[in-house]
Design a protein around this ligand. Sequence first.
Ligand SMILES: Nc1nc2c(ncn2[C@@H]2O[C@H](COP(=O)(O)OP(=O)(O)OP(=O)(O)O)[C@@H](O)[C@H]2O)c(=O)[nH]1
Ligand SMILES: [Mg+2]
Length: 579
Amino acid sequence: MRFSLRTTWSTAVQCRQTRALSHVARHIRPRKRLPNSIRCQSTAAAVQEEPASTVDVNKYDHLDPTPPDYSSQPFTDSCTLTLASGAGGHGCISFLREKYIANGPPNGGDGGTGGNLYIQAVRGETSLHKLARRGILKAGRGKNGQGSLRGGSRGEDVLVIVPVGTVIREIGRHDPLAAERVKGYGRDLDDDDAESDAPNLSRKWRRDRWLLYPGTLPKAFTSADFPSLPRPRRNNLVATEPEGPIRLDLDKPMDHPMLIAAGAMGGLGNPHFVTKSIHKPKFATKGEDGTRIHFQLELKLLADVGLVGLPNAGKSTLLRALTNSRTRVGAWAFTTLSPNVGTVILDSHTGRPALADTTAGGDGRRREPRTHFTIADIPGLIEDAHLDRGLGLGFLRHIERAAVLAFVLDLSAGDAVAALKALWREVGEYEKMRDQDVNAETEHLLPDAEGMVAFKPFEPAVSPGLDAEPSDDEPFEDDGEIMSLPGPPIVGRKLPPLTLPPISGKPWFVVATKADLPGTQENFAALQGYLAGVEAGEVEHPSQKANAWRRRVRAVPVSAIQKEGVGGIPEIVVGLLDG
Ligand SMILES: Nc1nc2c(ncn2[C@@H]2O[C@H](COP(=O)(O)OP(=O)(O)OP(=O)(O)O)[C@@H](O)[C@H]2O)c(=O)[nH]1
Ligand SMILES: [Mg+2]
């Protein structure tokens, strides 16, 4: 008997172990078993195949790389994003219950405030793709109030991190409190807008704003049982929000996050509604809804020099020759599909950044030593890119804020002067479209609806290098620094307008590439002749603008693939940057 019991016991243990093991096996077993023959084949093929990412170091050439050496990063430079501040938590309906106090006074806490929305531009972020994927970001909702007069906790704040260089435009906003006012609710609370045409609907009738004691049937309450709905409350932080519509140009890293929308207030607990006639209010109010703002985000990379050229001109090879960039190079058009930024360290081959002269300049100001500059390579432009041919003109936004433009012309691909004129034409078309957009936007934002704030209409700005004499109160200093428009720092609620300098006012030069190929000398000579004419004012500026920059237009012949002639480019760039 004992023996049989032990057998039964060990069998049970074994069974349990087997079951446990089979459970584990179920999880680690491959879902599908391939037939043996296929598995053998694939293993054999894998053994025979060379690993795809091997780079032959002996054949490796930095300027003529093999495909595995390409860097590819997801890149998005414009997207729409909806940000919603947190809704408030509901007020609580509760009554004191204690030993010997069966029917105590009301003690429901207030709902917590919703989370705030902040934005911060930081270095290190290079794309908007993460935000584009999210689409909407909501701050946390405030927690509901609780008994014993415990208020709900605050909702979680949300910090939206964007790359430096992001331009943010508000394209729509839903403010629940403003919407209520437009509908006419709450007019009974406000005497000042009694003249308004909006219907006079008392907030008293807003049944949806009230919470009832659990178990109470709504029909038990008539409107007469409710007091007037309290005046909607706004978070104190609303006073520090920027005035809408929000338009920001975050062209510098921010030390502190900036408040975009404050969380909504929580509802009121039932003790707030005690009156002489109602001693035990069995109702509380709901929390307010958060503000929802729709934004258009546009990333405009910040680089000192922007490379503009036709496809296959050799822009990326030039960037690789000047910097350690691993941008993609290929003998076909539109190899580059997203902008790349490279950094040139001005170290005079010492391995350490050279310290520039820090003595006072001619303007009497001490200059920051320039230890490096950055270059942006963008996808190629083709003729009629403004008609959305090729990759269109959108990528020009990344060189629009560059202080210096470098036009890269392929000397082996026909008339370089014609190519330069075609590129300037596209740049001019881009500028026109940009200005039209801004004007349309400012017109659209004129205060036609109540509560809308008007922006100043677009004023074309004067940039350094223009022939027009700046006035005394002109905010620009012609020191050749990056042409970001100086504006007052963002203090308080007023935001500076988004003004954009004209592109034709930027200093520019030409890099004539592929000079190693035969028959390119004549082309270069013709180009030089043309540029000399532009500089002397004998020939019309390729941008066809009267006051475009033509102070010292230079053409540098280079063979980027052989890294010949590129050594002089940093000097030219620094000369143009520092004036
Ligand atoms: N012979 C010669 N070939 C060059 C030179 N620079 C670039 N190339 C070649 O020209 C082709 C195009 O070079 P890329 O640097 O990809 O040109 P890109 O302007 O960036 O082209 P997209 O990105 O398509 O606009 C590649 O095959 C390069 O090897 C040069 O100085 N001399
Ligand atoms: Mg390229």
